[in-house]
Design a protein around this ligand. Sequence first.
Ligand code: FA5
Length: 366
Amino acid sequence: MVSSATIIPSEVHFLTNLGMPMQSLDQQIKDLKKNFLSQLDKADSQDALEEIRITYLGRKGKIADLMDQLKNLPLEEKKEFGPQLNELKKFCEITFEEKKEHLNHHRLRQEQRKKEFFDVTASLPNMPQGSLHPLTQLQQEINDIFISMGFEIAQGPEVENERNNFEALNIAKDHPARDMWDTLWLDNTKNLLLRTHTSSVQIHQMEEKKAPLAIVAPGRCYRHEATDATHDFMFSQVEGLFVDHNVSLSNLLATMREFMRKLFAQKQLNMRVRPSYFPFVEPGIEIDIECPFCNHGCSVCKYTEWIEMCGAGLVHPNVLDFCGINHQEYSGFAFGFGLTRLAMLKYSIPDIRLLHANNVEFLKQF
Ligand code: FA5
C-alpha cells in the first residue's frame, strides 16, 4: 500500500481515488491523444462527434480533468507539463474541427446525390460527334478486303531516294518515263525526294522478304503538279504486289474482280482491260470498271459508262532481279490505284482538294 506521504512526485504523480498510483502524466497525455484519434476516426455521424467533443473537449471532459490535476503538481512539473497539455488541447480542437468539416461535406454530398435523379435510359441531347475522315474510312475498308483475300498490309517511307522510287523500278536516270512522275525533290545532292507513287514500297518489300509475297501498301504520294478538281500535289494510292510461282495476268484480273465486287457491295461490275505502259511491268495494262453509279452514263463517268481504276501488269523481270528474286523461278503481278480518286467516286466528292481542306461542314457529312 502506498500512502500519500511516501509518494515521490517525479515517479508517481497521481493517486486514484483508491489511493493507487496512476500512470505518469506523460503517458496519460500520449494515451489520451491515441484514444481521441482512434475514436474520431471511427465517428461517422454528428451525434458520434458530439459525444467525442463532450468526452474529450467538454468542460468536464478528459482534457479538462488533466488540466485540473496539473494544479496539484510541484512547480517544476507544472512548467514541464503545462505547455504539453495546452498543445494537446489545441491539437484535439483543430483535429476535431477538421473531422467535423469533413463529415459535413460528406453529408451534403449524400443529400445532393439523393436529390439528383439519374435516368440511365434518357437519350443524350444532340451532341456533336466526330467521325473518321472519308479517306481513312475507305482505306480501312480496302485493307479489310485485301486482308480477307490473304494479303498483308505493308508500309514504306514517304521520303524516298531516287533508287527506290525510280532506278529499282526500271526507270533509269535519263528514262523518258520519268516525265510521267513530276517529282518534288528534297535534296538533289542526296537524291532525296517525296515518293511519287507507292510502287517504291514494292522494292522495300521484295528486298526484305523475297518470294513468295502478297502485300498491299496504302500511302501518301506527292507530285509537282498544278492542282485542279481531280489532281492534287498530295494524294493517296494503294499498291498491290503478289509474287509466286507461275503468276499470270489471270491471277491479277481475278484479284481485281473480287476486290471490286466486295468494294461495290456485291454488284457484278464489268471490267475492261487496256494495254498501257509502265516501265516496271511487262505487259502493262490499265483496268477500267463499269460505272457503279449509272446505267447509261453520268457526270461521274463523264458519260462513257467506264471509270479508270488502276495501272497494273506483271512485274518486270528487271525489277525482280534487282530485288534479288530470280525471274526464271518467280513471276508476279502489281497494281496501283488512286485511293483519293476512289474516295471521290464512292462518296461523290466533286473536288479532290476538299479532302484536305479541313472544312468541318464538309467532313460532317461522313
Ligand atoms: C502509277 O503511279 C503507278 N505506280 C501505278 C502502277 C502500279 C502501275 C503498279 C503498274 C503497276 P499513275 O501515275 O497512273 O501510276 O497513278 C496511279 C493512280 O494514282 C491514278 O490512276 C490516279 O488515280 C492516281 N493519281 C495520279 N496522279 C494523281 C494526282 N495528281 N492527284 C490524285 N490522284 C492521282
